[in-house]
Design a protein around this ligand. Structure first.
Ligand code: FAD
Ligand code: NAP
Length: 862
């Protein structure tokens, strides 16, 4: 129900930094009345407050600037690659002046309370001074790094000398000449200010709790090459930035760090060191933020640079970061930071070894020393991303307080809105790329999205918008899925809220990339504001749903496959399809190292069958897993499933024997299950010779191979052995009925298509044979007394429903069955070892299930 009471403003925004300024300009242009409330006495936000010596941007100024005003782009010339705080502030003042923004900004006004009025469908805002405003839409453009964090050090108010916070530096500047100065904190603010404070101070002592990775900025005049790139075609350059990973147009590197030689790695790292660009660090190789081994190579490179720069090796070692991967805390960009420690009057104190016990009247006491200072500088950081938002008492529907809702971590839809708080937007809020990107690009995208949204509402007679719970939960899941495949969650960073005692430990920004994120936001709009409930007098609309359900790395694989524009496999001849699948398999990472791999033959029912044996590198004998590869009974072989078999071997500490059964159409049904059964009998009889433990035999398979594993289990039950202790069925084919819902929902677009499955069946078995339980094990009249099973199905797999049906049918027949439904995975992704990292937890569970079949693992839910 919405009412038409006219508020003071269509929109009130909090904050007059990059975000608030552009929002005001944009909303005006769209015909909305808007007011910005700002606690400072002028514009600038970050660049108004952080006036400490050395404050600069760490994204090149060409990129760290607005793109919405083409005139501004040409009339403003940056003097340096990385502009100083005064220059960036002048730029924002210029923008405010040029677009006459100050007339709608009320300065020196701190917003304290914002309350949703459901009857009137508007927000009531109250300032610290008690002034009240109302608006239809309320936007927190309050900044991700604008709420300073308390230093949390005993005795901070005791000190009699001068006290400075980098986050609210005096406008008149500070002269440290002749003074004994302490700096606490070695994040970006500390690292930028320390060299300049050292230039003035009589003595400087730096108190470091965590050493940070920093690379030299090599600041200087605007780089001509980059300028030429921009000036060559500004629109193109800006558009490329909008669709880049981090908001700066840089070609992503596809190679992993360990895929090149040590010399090549060193060469690239040297180039990165020389280039002086933060985004160049993560971009040196594709896997630096996901692979610990790759990341460590860069960590060590930077440590070597520190050792080579800092003369005193004890100090150098203290400055070498340890305990977090490079990039997982925001790395710094510096000018002469490490060199500063070569100055005789600069000293580093390691707070890990000797923590601060108290600030005193004269200075600082650590656990083993008393220091006297004339000035203390706190560079101790911010309550990032959520701090400024929850500092306002924001109350939504049904008196829900935002601080309460977010007590265990922020929940948002797209980092833009949150359930329970209609018409309330955040700019670069938690769950958006925000601080992991060039913020100006992300700010512009949010401002434009919000502007377009308000225009849509207004032109459709709607005036209230709120996300749905489904959409919000889905987005949160996606944000976490993206983070979980990276190294970020392992660090105690402000990205994780770990710098503020008591703050919930959750990954705050969206790491999926600016491009992916923009795509999701655009898709939401194009699907009638998917996941939002929109209301107006007498009308409402809601297309509920989740915008990103596929695992992020699976989505990348699908994108890559799409980019190849391949013909459908079912349109190929069998030979071409086989050649293609061999070529694709050759491109994959090899899988983990294991003890031994042997190719041999075993006697099949009509001739020899090749098998490949994978032996763990632990002392034997081991249990044995008889494994059947996927490929629709037509494609595949030992090579096709090699990385997965290695992984299974390593995870289950078992011998894996991958059997190359005969393929259709040359050898149609029932050649494959007959081969499978014969092979399993032979393996059981020869377990000792293979290095296995007699009686410790499980079967496993993927897709058509899981079909064979399931059938062999039935044949062994009915044929008097051999004994099988468990069956691992990954995305199994269990039935020839291709009309189940998952064949319709996932018919196309997820690699294995319904049409391809039809093609496989047509090659494998004549129509009459397909209902035979040796082809469709789900159709067996008796499913009791089968070995315990782990059935794994993938959400976006045409075969999903028949796998579930088989798990249920076995369970109903009294078999011990565990079913894992792999969220966001496709038919081919769980076997993509080293490519689809989001599949790793499921692969681990498969290994654990095998161990449990063999009685070598602690019991779980099985
Ligand atoms: P801010 O600039 O933080 O502005 C928010 C404003 O909201 C502030 O002025 C604040 O006073 C006001 N406000 C907050 N709460 C209230 C309230 N309750 N009532 C009234 N007013 C309120 N990002 C990059 O991409 N590249 C960089 O190089 C870079 N360098 C940085 C350097 C420093 C020192 C810091 C701290 C951050 C840096 N950032 C950088 C991040 C930077 O914050 C953003 O790039 C950008 O400036 C944010 O703009 P904003 O308008 O969203 O927020
Ligand atoms: P920060 O990165 O959070 O660094 C704060 C520093 O203070 C850390 O070294 C922290 O140690 C230390 N610290 C905090 N509390 C402490 C305590 N009680 N005792 C001892 N040490 C304590 O904050 P920041 O340097 O202000 O930077 C925040 C972010 O703003 C940056 O990551 C960046 O995104 C942005 N920024 C950018 C630039 C730029 O170059 N353009 C400059 C400044 C800021 P621990 O690590 O152990 O917690």
């Amino acid at each position: 129900m919405t009412a038409q009471i006219k508020p003071d403003f269509d929109v009130i925004a909090v904050g007059a930094g990059f975000a608030g300024l552009y929002l005001l300009h944009r909303l005006r242009g769209l015909g909305f009345s808007a007011k910005v409330l700002e606690s400072a006495d002028d514009v600038g936000g970050t660049w108004y407050w952080n006036r400490y010596p050395g404050a600069r941007c760490d994204i090149q100024s060409i990129d760290y600037s607005y793109s919405f005003d083409p005139e501004l782009e040409t009339e403003w010339q940056w003097s340096e690659r990385y502009a100083t705080q005064p220059e960036i502030l002048r730029y924002l003042e210029h923008v405010a002046h040029k677009h006459d923004l100050r007339r709608d900004i009320q300065f020196s006004t701190r917003v304290e309370v914002a309350k949703w009025d459901a009857d009137a469908s508007l927000w009531h805002i109250r300032s610290e001074a008690g002034e009240e405003f109302s608006c239809r839409f309320y936007v927190m453009a309050s900044g991700c790094l604008s709420q300073p964090k308390a230093p949390e050090i005993e005795g901070t108010d005791r000190f009699h000398g001068e006290v400075y916070y980098t986050s609210s530096w005096p406008h008149e500047g500070v002269d440290f000449s002749g003074k004994r100065v302490a700096v606490i904190g070695t994040g970006s603010s500390g690292i930028q200010s320390i060299p300049l404070i050292a230039e003035q101070a009589q003595a400087l002592t730096v108190f470091q709790r965590t050493a940070n990775y920093s690379i030299p900025a090599h600041n200087g005049p605007m780089p001509t090459e980059k300028l030429a790139q921009l000036e060559g075609d500004r629109a193109l350059y800006r558009e490329a930035a909008r669709w880049s990973r981090a908001g700066v147009p840089i070609e992503p590197n596809e190679e992993g760090a360990m895929q090149v030689s040590a010399e090549e790695r060193q060469r690239r790292y040297e180039a990165m060191w020389g280039a002086g660009e933060l985004l160049g660090i993560a971009g040196a190789f594709s896997d630096l933020l996901v692979d610990p081994v790759s990341n460590e190579t860069l960590c060590e490179f930077v440590r070597d640079k520190i050792r080579a720069t800092v003369q005193d090796q004890a100090t150098a070692e203290l400055l070498c970061p340890r305990g977090h991967f490079i990039g997982t805390k925001r790395p710094c960009l510096d000018s002469n930071y490490y060199q500063t420690y070569n100055l005789p009057h600069v000293r580093l104190v390691d707070l890990r070894e000797h923590p601060i016990s108290s600030i005193t009247e004269q200075g600082i006491d650590t656990s083993d020393e008393t220091f006297e200072f004339d000035a203390i500088v706190y560079a101790t950081g911010f309550d990032a991303m959520t701090g400024a938002i929850v500092a306002v008492d924001i109350v939504g529907r049904d008196d829900l307080s935002l601080a309460d809702k977010w007590a265990n971590g922020p929940q948002t839809y797209l980092g833009l809105m949150t359930v329970g708080f209609p018409n309330f937007f955040t700019i670069t809020g938690p769950g958006s790329p925000s601080v992991l990107s060039n913020m100006t690009v992300s700010i512009e995208q949010h401002v434009e999205w919000i502007g377009d949204c308000l225009s849509y509402l207004s032109s459709n007679g709607l005036d209230v918008i709120e996300p749905t719970e489904t959409a919000e939960a889905g987005w949160l899941q996606h944000v976490n899925d993206c983070a979980d495949i990276t190294l970020y969650p392992r660090a105690d960073s402000w990205y994780m809220g770990a710098n503020v005692p008591g703050k919930p430990r959750v990954f705050l920004p969206y790491v999926g990339g600016v491009d992916t994120y923009r795509g999701a936001c655009d898709e939401v709009v194009s699907r009638d504001y998917l996941g939002f409930r929109l209301q107006g007098p007498g009308k409402q609309q809601c297309n509920d749903g989740v915008v990103r359900r596929i695992q992020p790395d699976v989505a990348l694989v699908l994108e890559f496959i799409d980019s190849l524009a391949l013909p459908p496999m079912e349109s190929l001849s069998v030979d071409d399809a086989r050649a293609f699948s061999i070529a694709m398999a050759a491109e994959r990472p090899a899988g983990p190292e294991i003890g031994e791999i042997i190719d041999k033959v075993l006697p099949g029912p009509v001739g020899e069958l090749c098998y490949r044996l994978y032996r763990p590198d632990t002392p034997g004998p081991h249990p044995i897993v008889a494994y059947f590869h996927g490929g629709g009974w037509v494609l595949g072989g030992a090579d096709s499933d090699d990385p997965f078999c290695r992984d299974l071997c390593a995870q289950s500490d078992s011998i894996v024997v991958s059997i190359n059964y005969r393929h259709a159409p040359e050898d149609k049904f029932p050649a494959a299950p007959n081969d499978g059964f014969a092979a399993v009998q032979w393996i059981a009889d020869n377990a000792g010779m293979l290095g296995g433990i007699p009686g410790q035999l499980a079967v496993a398979g993927w897709s058509a191979g899981a079909n064979i594993a399931a059938v062999v289990s039935q044949m062994a039950r009915d044929g008097g052995g051999p004994g099988i202790v468990g069956q691992l069925l990954l995305n199994p084919v269990t039935d020839c009925d291709l009309t189940r819902q998952s064949y319709i929902d996932n018919a196309d677009g997820f690699v294995l298509t319904t049409a391809l499955m039809q093609w496989f069946w047509d090659h494998y078995a004549d129509s009459a044979d397909r209902v035979d339980p040796r082809a469709s094990p789900l159709r067996a009249s008796d499913l009791s007394n089968l070995p315990p099973a782990l059935v794994v199905t993938s959400e976006f797999d045409p075969l999903c429903d028949e796998g579930i049906a088989y798990a249920e049918a076995m369970s109903n027949a009294g078999v011990s069955v565990r079913h894992i439904s792999a969220r966001g995975q496709i038919h081919t992704s769980l076997t993509a070892v080293g490519v689809v990292l989001s599949g790793a937890p499921v692969r681990k569970e498969m290994g654990a299930a095998l161990l449990e079949f063999f009685g070598t693992a602690p019991p779980s839910e099985l």
